[in-house]
Write a protein that binds this ligand. Structure first.
Ligand code: BT5
Length: 255
């Protein structure tokens, strides 16, 4: 059944059986002046990740891009990415999967239960978020938050570092119910730091970990101690606390 069948969303729904990229389509709609639309598809032939990376998007996944025109400055946009990660994590947990958030935009699941504690478990990527926007200094013109979730997808069709809801749960999940939860949750959280940050911290995998963060200019190594508005990671290094903004993160690895 198509994912958008009977989908009730707090946005207008534009559904396609197949698209190159829901984010690209949402950007076209933004250029046409649209707002408050969610673009949904059953598969993508040219799914995009951050920094020109590819997103594998075989049939059976959840691929959606939410186009809005929030009345906030561009500096607040990272909060929307965090909100989307929280929304996906909550929906995945309701589907029975122990999902956690890796800063800034990955939703991961522990796949090796036998190793016990968080420090030892192997985590694989269940979902990713791609946020794009255009705006002036003081106001966002349009915001597109793209959400890709490996739902009813075989591991064979994904990179080796990935997992899917079907793989974790053992059966197909109802993608419409899942997406509806994600959209409602994302809509309710908005870009309100007082709502988003506590929810994000609650499900964070990264906080308390020793990490190495690569940025275009630097490499920061230390303990990830907190996030602060609008979504920067605070890393306690030997030389003091360093603040890394989400947009600057090329790679984050536990060390
Ligand atoms: C992301 O990028 O995680 C953002 C992914 C956003 C995808 C959605 S789908 C709907 C909307 N339309 C789009 O075209 N995009 C958005 P990044 O953090 O750069 O991670 C990309 C990396 O994750 C790749 O280099 C692979 O290593 C890995 N990867 C690719 N496909 C994956 C998948 N399906 N599941 C897990 N990992 C994947």
């Amino acid at each position: 059944l198509a994912i958008a069948h009977e989908l009730e969303a707090p946005y207008e729904v534009e559904y396609h059986e197949s698209l190159a990229s829901t984010n690209t389509r949402a950007r076209e709609l933004a250029d046409d002046g649209a707002g408050d639309v969610v673009v949904v598809t059953d598969e993508q032939t040219g799914g995009r990740g951050r920094l020109d990376r590819e997103w594998a998007a075989p049939p059976g996944g959840v691929y959606a891009s939410i186009l809005t025109r929030p009345t906030v400055p561009p500096s607040q946009v990272p909060l929307a990415t965090l909100a989307a990660a929280v929304a996906v994590t909550r929906a995945a947990r309701e589907a029975g999967v122990d999902a956690r958030i890796k800063w800034p935009n990955d939703v991961l699941v522990a796949v090796d239960e036998s190793t016990g504690g968080d420090g030892d478990a192997e985590y694989r990527k269940l979902a990713g978020i791609l946020t794009e926007m255009e705006g002036e200094a003081d106001r966002v013109s349009w915001l597109v938050v793209g959400i890709g979730v490996n739902a009813n997808v075989d591991a064979d069709d994904l990179p080796p570092t990935a997992t899917s809801l079907r793989e974790r749960v053992g059966t197909d999940i109802d993608r419409r119910v899942f997406l509806q939860r994600v959209l409602e949750e994302f809509h309710d959280l908005g870009t309100d730091a007082a709502a988003v940050l506590p929810a994000w911290r609650e499900h964070a995998l990264t906080l308390g970990q020793r990490v190495r963060v690569e940025t275009p200019t630097d490499e920061v190594v230390g303990e990830a101690v907190d996030i602060e508005p609008p979504g920067a990671l605070l890393v306690e290094t030997d030389d003091g606390v360093v603040r890394v903004s989400a947009g600057d993160c090329e790679h984050l690895r536990p060390v």
